[in-house]
Design a protein around this ligand. Structure first.
Ligand code: OAD
Length: 248
């Protein structure tokens, strides 16, 4: 593990982590493409595209309301894998960048402060006219109005749907161009641009690591791979990573 890396000092290292639904699976949140995945009940076109929202906004509001309620239930807590990533941020500070495709808040709950939610957040609503985002902790529908426009306007879930531009892309690409280590956790590697981050990291000369239940679509692009449940392999990997470097 990490055998072919030069003898870095931890403070000089830049680490970028990308997470996907697999990291939250053991916290009780369903992934998108596993057997019981959400898409079996609803097609992507229905609930995760601007056209789907135009065709049946009620269904889309209901779908994300259900997910928000589940997220806010006391049963859904960060797991050992989320906690391990919070530990990296505590040790590395600004040299650690956490990018997530997840719309849950489990990284924040486990203690990560800088989280780039490239696909948006369940706990945010967006004004349909201005695009301004605001926090939301209850159900959302057409009756909720923004406080940024005059007259006020309707809000939509602040989720990046298919066909829309993910958030923070310039910042993420900048971090990837400087990365020494890129670690992809719990993602099937099927949705771009996130699925292409490993190529960008490889082009920057980073050591690339996949931690997932099974090989992802782009598994052969990673220099190092470990497969198993995130709660087991992520904390083990993080412990090795932090032990393997000189802290001076
Ligand atoms: P997916 O559902 O596509 O993939 C989840 C991955 O996690 C799979 O490769 C599983 O093998 C793995 N996995 C499942 N349980 C795991 C566990 N306990 N430990 C480790 N790995 C596990 O989810 P994403 O790759 O995140 O986009 O999906 C990417 C995007 O597609 C999502 O952000 C969403 C979706 O459409 C939008 O909503 C825009």
């Amino acid at each position: 593990m990490l055998a072919n890396l030069p003898p870095y000092k931890l403070k000089q290292l830049k680490v970028v982590v990308l997470t996907g639904a697999g990291i939250s699976a053991e916290s009780g949140l369903k992934t998108f493409r596993d057997n019981n995945g959400l898409w079996e009940e609803h097609s992507i076109e229905e609930v995760a595209t601007p056209d789907g929202f135009e065709r049946n906004a009620e269904l889309v509001y209901r779908f994300y309301n259900q997910r928000r309620r589940q997220l806010l239930s006391p049963d859904v807590k960060p797991n050992k894998a989320h906690l391990a990533l919070a530990k990296i941020e505590r040790v590395m500070g600004n040299n650690f960048t956490l990018v997530t495709q997840n719309v849950d808040n489990l990284h924040q709950k486990s203690g990560n402060k800088n989280v780039l939610h490239m696909h948006g957040s369940l706990l945010s609503a967006r004004c349909l006219r201005s695009g301004h985002s605001s926090a939301i902790y209850s159900d959302l529908d057409h009756s909720n109005q923004c406080d940024c426009c005059q007259p006020t306007n309707s809000l939509r879930p602040d989720i990046v749907w298919f066909g829309e531009m993910p958030k923070y892309m310039p910042q993420i690409e900048e971090c990837l161009s400087q990365a020494d280590i890129f670690i992809s956790i719990g993602t099937s590697g099927t949705v771009y641009p996130a699925a292409g981050f490993v190529s960008l990291a490889n082009q920057s000369g980073a050591h690339t690591v996949e931690l997932n239940m099974e090989p992802s679509s782009g598994y052969n692009e990673f220099a190092e791979k470990h497969y198993g449940p995130a709660t087991e392999i992520v904390s083990k990997f993080v412990d090795t990573l932090l032990k393997g470097f000189n802290f001076d």
